[in-house]
Write a protein that binds this ligand. Structure first.
Ligand SMILES: [Zn+2]
Length: 334
């Protein structure tokens, strides 16, 4: 009876499942020695465990875009403190795990809808855009595609031109195709070079138009809501590696800061060349944001010097009496 079954059993997987062990602990063996650059990750929302895992997986540099915090801010001082932490404490915290931290500064699309506060934020943006390590205006763009979102998107494109910085564009979840086209049309209308614009959160529907018009196309590997990394493999197979970059956009939601190393491993398993993997997980992000004049690869390519007893305004990442990083496989917590 059994030999006559026409359908394969549930236990017969695809070719990959048969030939390769894809258990989570194993993917790291595919990316030994590779280096990664995550151009979109919100470390303010993440833990020291994440920083350690990122460093262990070969992530040498990251960009943290200014974004919304899950609930609206009620005053300008909250924006000031947030921007200051992106160029201050968070950058320091990252350095203590050996990862070079950059950021983009901007008024996010959601909070652009509070016009009174948005006006105040616009006034302080120039102060922060001039700071060391600020590699772009971002993440800005459309959420609900309202008139106020458009107003502040346009105003911030002008700021980016004035400060000669790249723009990191958040595209909406709802009505994505239309929102992405509109974001690009407005950027072009303002006369900014599309090579200075990174269109983020792309998918199969938007990628062709973004690349055809000369923009950078970023892809967020984010469970459930954005892209899965198997789909990402197919996109690189179809479109190649030119001007394409991958990011995690890990934040306070259910997200995966290891999205880049995992995607790189999956690409390798699927036979994508190491050169293409290097471009979409490192080089293209570096090239795009280095147009700010704020990134020196030599600062991080061979790793940062780590001394976890260093201080930032009198604070270290070590809480009272802790020792610097120790063996995490040990059962003892001391
Ligand atoms: Zn984001």
């Amino acid at each position: 009876m059994c030999q006559n079954h026409k359908n394969p059993s549930h236990f017969e997987g695809t070719e990959i499942e048969k030939s390769v062990d894809l258990t989570p602990v194993n993917y790291q063996s595919y990316i030994q020695g590779m280096k990664f650059f995550d151009p979109h990750i919100h470390m303010t929302s993440r833990t020291t465990d994440d920083y350690e895992a990122l460093a262990d997986a070969g992530i040498v540099a990251i960009i943290e875009p200014a974004f919304w915090l899950g609930q609206p801010r009620t005053g300008l001082a909250s924006f000031k403190d947030y921007f200051s932490s992106l160029v201050g404490w968070e950058r320091f915290r990252s350095s203590q795990f050996g990862i070079k931290h950059y950021c983009t500064i901007g008024l996010n699309s959601r909070e652009a809808n509070n016009e009174a506060l948005a006006e105040e934020v616009m006034e302080i943006l120039p102060l922060y855009l001039q700071k060391e390590g600020v590699v772009g205006v971002g993440e800005i763009g459309f959420d609900d595609q309202t008139a106020l979102e458009e107003k502040y998107y346009r105003a911030q494109i002008e700021l980016a031109k004035e400060f000669e910085l790249p723009v990191q564009v958040h595209t909406p979840h709802r009505d994505k195709k239309k929102g992405t086209e509109r974001s690009m049309a407005i950027a072009l209308e303002h006369g900014i070079d599309p090579k200075m614009v990174i269109i983020d959160h792309n998918n199969e529907e938007t990628v062709k138009s973004v690349l055809d018009q000369g923009f950078y196309a970023a892809f967020t590997i984010y469970p459930f809501t954005k892209m899965g990394n198997e789909r990402m493999v197919e996109i690189v197979k179809q479109y190649g590696s030119e001007r394409i970059m991958v990011n995690s956009a890990a934040d306070w939601g259910i997200s995966d800061p290891m999205a880049i190393p995992k995607t790189a491993a999956l690409m390798k398993i699927h036979g994508i060349s190491e050169q293409d993997i290097q471009k979409v997980t490192y080089q293209n992000a570096l090239d795009a944001f280095a147009q700010s004049g704020q990134i020196k690869e030599a600062d991080f390519i061979d790793g940062l010097q780590i001394d976890q007893s260093q201080k930032f305004n009198g604070n270290t990442v070590l809480r009272g009496g802790q020792s610097p990083r120790i063996d995490k496989s040990s059962i003892f917590i001391r």
